[in-house]
Ligand binder design. Sequence first.
Ligand code: B3K
Ligand code: ZN
Length: 859
Amino acid sequence: PPVIRREDYLAPAWLVPQVSLDFRLGAEATHIVSRLSVTRNPAGNGTATLRLNGDQIAPLAVRVDGREANDWRLDGADLLVELTGEAHEIEIETSVNPAANSQLMGLYASNGMLCTQCEAEGFRRITFFPDRPDVLSTYSVRMSGDKAQFPILLANGNCTASGEGEDGTHWAEWHDPWPKPSYLFALVAGDLVANHATFTTMGGRKVDLNIWVRPGDENRTQHAMESLIASMKWDEETFGREYDLDLFNIVAVSDFNMGAMENKGLNVFSTRYVLADPETATDGDYDAVEGVIGHEYFHNWSGNRVTCRDWFQLSLKEGFTVLRDQLFSAAMGSEAVKRIEDVRVLRIAQFPEDSGPLAHPIRPDSFQEISNFYTATVYNKGAEVIRMMRTMAGPERFRRGTDLYFERHDGEAATCEDFVKAIEDGAGLDLGQFRLWYSQAGTPQVTATLSHEGTTATLALTQTVPATPGQSEKQPMPIPLRVALYDRDAGEHRGEQLVVLDKAADSFTFEGFAKPPVLSINRGFSAPVAIDFPRVDADLVFLAAHDDDPFARYEAMQGLVVQHLVAAVSGRLDDATRAEGRAAIGAAYAAVLAHPALDDLMRGELMILPAETYLAEQLAISDPGAIHAEREALKAWLGTELASELRALHDRALAVAYSRDAAARGARKIKTQALVLIAAGDPAEGARRAFAQYQAADNMTDRQGALMVLASLDAPEREQALADFHRRYAGNALVIDKWFSLQAGALGPRVLEQVKALAGHPDFTMTNPNRVRALYMAAAGNPRAFHAANGEGYRMIGDLIRRLDPINPQTAARFVPALGRWRRIEPVRAAMMREELERIAAMPSLSRDVREQVTKSLG
Ligand code: B3K
Ligand code: ZN
């Protein structure tokens, strides 16, 4: 497959100021007439050939200026039309089969309704078009279809007319006044009901808000609606951004490749980010709904009003919008806990990407299939990079930068460089060297040493950016580190400072310390780097107890455990040092369990042990079996050592009644975390308590938490609870997804067998990406299952990729990175992982999506 390069960007030769689309809807055959007014782009290369992209569609008719045209040909899947003048009207007819569209790109059927997904290159599966984000058009859409089958007809913008047709049909016309790229086009037709509300913007515009769901689901949309209203208000207050249409529609669909999509005025969501009530959604689900509703809404400015010039600039909208949704969620709940959660995601999902064969800069230089670049790097590291600018500028100056960005580029298709320049000018920062964060891949490794002489403490820092595919040489980048030095006796620091390490090595001095201070570094995770600062357990225990930055406190706890487990799996612990390490961790845990000043949400966060993938990241080559065994052993030790404290905590939490306030959510969080440790220490007691929690539960958080613990235990209560859960929620797809995930993510020796059995369960289907992910992402992310010593886990994921690729290549490709980690795994498993990749590569026909990921992973 051809490689597309950022440096080859050419402005479009032809522009399409206006589009009008006419859809005659049918589940098996939808007929589309597309009328494009095209004009020669003065900034283009002047070619007379109009290139219209297509993908698995055929032109049924091509007319130019009202006449049947002969002067067209196909170039691969694209349609080329030769034009003679400066402006023309092009009319094209196509037909598609939505019911047969299992890729879920373009126009497809989901549960009897029709909907679209066009980002990145789905519009070309509907009609021929210059399907690139720098071609902006105003869209008028007409659709007609059977009224009983499709009672609700929606598209972008405002509904301008509607009426009845013949033979039980009806029609609607929609117009979107804002020019947009084709990837933001959307259409939905189906049997839907709305939760309706209104919002009045700061400028006095009254906006109708609708959340459309299938009949019966409407009473689970209130949280989504509240989140939407909160998002609209927050964006006005925090970024000065006001909504720009009289109508905002959200539609929930059951079959969706991603979480949601920010189509102009008509967001389409996977049901799991819309529907929530206490009986079926966990606190985590509630947070996810709020975050994704916010994210898609914020795209209206960061993505839609200012869009991307080309797909290499994806982080322009995604990195910025993730930062915006993170700040929003932090403002709605606990800032500290949100930061910890975001960093955990970065470390589990992005760090491994950055150190593996698929590493790429947040602004990639090349790709074969853009769908493969909707990554944790582009999204989450992209957000971290912009967050660093904000940290260096401070929130007020950063806001001046974003104001300038929106003002300068409103209505344009912009680049990452445009964004950096606007922040530079608006915030008054010099971001010259900082631009390296856009071009260099790899997680910078920072080493820190602290020395002390007289009353001076000296912090010496070095940085290296590791080599990544295609980038062997790296330059030092500016790394903003928030640091504080603690006076050991006073238990306080002397004020936080921001040091920016912008050389390969540098040192910073701090005066006035009679004794060696304790260093708190990268507070708030001010830079997305790995810090190597070996230290004695006592200092980490000190920071875990005293640091006034909650993130740093969490970091100290994690550091204590990471240091211990890494030493353990590296065979560096004898009995005495193991006991010492455990004692320090046990003491820190005991302090966390008892600490009166901690709220329970934070306490629950501090109780979570570092993930196995994050532990593996600390080692050049890791043995997943050893990591798993050591981590489980520590869990069991903690559960035993702190048994009475944990039981007391569990009892205390059980007594708190359900509510959505922070105290009750905190209680639910520690309830399940306590249960996890209790079960590790005493499985029988764990099973008893988990089953009781399961049975008494009046909400999904408690029920799922208990079931998660039970699913990992070899106890009779396990089967009983799993069967009850399935019975209780039969027909509720989102909850049945949980039922699959909990089992596939469980501990215990028989997980693989269970996953195989579940794949044959009547509720399992390969055509629904949610269900596929529920079972197989959970299995691929379960080290015990995926890294089974006999290679069966690899075989299972390999088989899945081969079977899923012809159905849904985008989703299939998402499973490849797990196998792609082979270089960092011990040789016996590595060989089996590689073998699996080779088996995929040997398939006679493979999608571009999977082909790219597999080739790079083997490369
Ligand atoms: N922009 C969409 C992602 C669409 C991905 C298509 N492969 C969702 C989001 O980031 O908001
Ligand atoms: Zn997004």
